[in-house]
Design a protein around this ligand. Sequence first.
Ligand SMILES: C[S@@+](CC[C@H](N)C(=O)[O-])C[C@H]1O[C@@H](n2cnc3c(N)ncnc32)[C@H](O)[C@@H]1O
Length: 323
Amino acid sequence: MKTIKMNDFFCGGGGFGLAAKEAGVEVVSAYDWDKYAVQMYKHNVNEHAQQMDITKMTWHDVKKADIWSFGFPCTDLSKARMDERKKLEGEGSGMFYEVMRLLDEVIENAPENKPDALLVENVYELIEVMDILEEEFNKRGYSINPALYNSKWWGLPQSRERWYVVGIDRKTGKEYQPIQQQENFIVKAKHFLEPKVDKKYVYDIDEYPYELFNSYAKEGGMIQVGKFHTNWLDIMKRIYLTEGILPTLHTCQGGHRQVKIVDPYTFRVRKGTPREYARAQGFPEDYEIIVSDSQAYKIFGNAVSVPLAAEHLRNVKMFLLSL
Ligand SMILES: C[S@@+](CC[C@H](N)C(=O)[O-])C[C@H]1O[C@@H](n2cnc3c(N)ncnc32)[C@H](O)[C@@H]1O
């Protein structure tokens, strides 16, 4: 049977890389400009990850592969951004066009290396620029198949809405069907916790005053049961019960942005740990965390949810094998 191969752009610490392994897709190259993400990728997923700035890459650097995955930066799309969102004109999310440029170079100089499939994952706000993605994909001969999924329906204790967009080269002559949505059962965060965590993750109520049961909200599987009385942003003050699921895990750079929970073993309020972030994104237990906590939160918060990405890759692989 033919081996389906993938290039993993903006590979981070390996969400798509691990998903490819699960789906039986061979990753032939992976690139990211972040030193720590590449270290984690190399250590845990695949030795040939390279630290590279995509703006400096040319078609010479790109290997022949059937699929190009690219979860490009959401920094200028996400509403988590406080200032003006420049969307695809921004420095970060504008990296989408760098992949289009590489694709153009490949089509012009090595057309036999043009991938049959493109796979994008990005935040909910991607909908605001989906018409641009469609135009860019169509220009290069690809159909576009977007669908919105939530990780909470894929065995993970986290509400994380993300678009998965599959582009299929029209020369394949076949219609692509995205994976089925599923909405049957959600797991509880308490089953993903570490039983004993270092005291650095636990909040001292005198230093960071909080109150439990001063607020209660149940929404989409999340159960918010308390709030900090601090001057943090409102979203950072929320405390969750692990009988429910966690809100979307973000990159948490700086401050107290990590998700806060009532530890069901000690009843103390604490931050989720990097290992719990990894679990809530579907990273396997043998994925070793070899970077600092702040780098680890960033890597896991940036990643695709592995089981969901794997399901997409399995589907794309079966589609390509059926041609
Ligand atoms: C949303 S994350 C992708 C995460 C990845 N898909 C995963 O599942 O782990 C975006 C990544 O783009 C990388 N990045 C941003 N600008 C870049 C550039 N100019 N060249 C290469 N990588 C870049 C960031 O370091 C970050 O790891």
